[in-house]
Design a protein around this ligand. Structure first.
Ligand code: GLP
Length: 235
């Protein structure tokens, strides 16, 4: 196992630590950045937008998107990425799954081809309270590439805070699979707060098991984990 664990004071400091990894990757010639949504990556995006780093000839590929939401829906991950990063930091191209695609088979294989043609240099990840990465819920086969996911009740509940009406929370998503994520050359996972502590401990110290999707990262050669003290408290 080769996980580099960085424990930072708070989410602000985590943003700086993450920013530095993006800057180092650019220096090393990285072209393709795998990006994530959720609250955890936001301070990294803030640090990136405040910087003079130039992504205008780079590619981004996001992990996931809700099925049924258009890019202009404020709850979509497309919208999130525009707001937090892409409007301020243009890339040559931003890829995300198309939430409106109705042919799941066609959409997921289209996305797999995009990743195949644009191998990811640095993949940013958040962590679900149940140990999910992207939208790979517990029990997802480690061999999965991009697929359509039925979200678990705990994930739907965790995401409900972003929706005015809990019934509007999507029940499905398109997500890169664990096998897609594991192909990235460098993986950077960020997690903050007490409610992530158990998932963090299982990811780093627990058995490698499909019951904890993030535990697959123990089999990756180059992973950096950025945590605050609360998220690291069960290590
Ligand atoms: C969602 C996303 C994940 C994210 C997780 C945690 O389920 N699909 O990619 O890691 O939420 O989000 P947060 O960082 O807001 O805790």
């Amino acid at each position: 196992m080769t996980m580099d664990i960085k424990i930072v004071k708070d989410q602000q400091a985590g943003g700086q630590a993450g920013y530095q990894l993006f800057a180092d990757a650019l220096d090393a010639g990285a072209n393709v950045f795998g990006l994530a949504t959720g609250s955890s990556p936001i301070t990294i995006y803030q640090a990136l937008t405040a910087s003079d780093l130039d992504f205008s000839d780079k590619i981004s590929i996001n992990l996931d998107e809700y099925v049924g939401l258009s890019a202009t829906n404020p709850q979509s991950y497309h919208y999130f990425m525009q707001e937090h990063l892409f409007n301020q930091k243009p890339f040559k191209h931003n890829y995300l799954p198309d939430g409106l695609a109705t042919d799941a088979e066609a959409e997921t294989s289209r996305y797999d081809r995009i990743i195949e043609n644009n191998p990811i240099d640095l993949q940013l990840l958040g962590l679900g309270v149940n140990g999910h990465i992207g939208f790979n819920e517990p029990g997802t086969a480690f061999s999965e590439l991009t697929h359509k996911v039925a979200l678990t009740p705990s994930t739907i509940a965790a995401n409900a805070r972003f929706f005015a009406d809990p019934n509007e929370v999507p029940k499905y998503a398109y997500s890169m699979g664990i096998a897609s994520i594991m192909q990235a050359k460098h993986i950077v996972l960020v997690a903050y707060g007490e409610n992530k502590a158990q998932a963090v401990a299982q990811m780093i110290e627990g058995p490698v098991t499909e019951a904890v999707p993030a535990s697959a990262l123990q089999n990756h050669a180059n992973v950096t984990v950025i945590l605050d003290e609360a998220a690291a408290s069960q290590l």
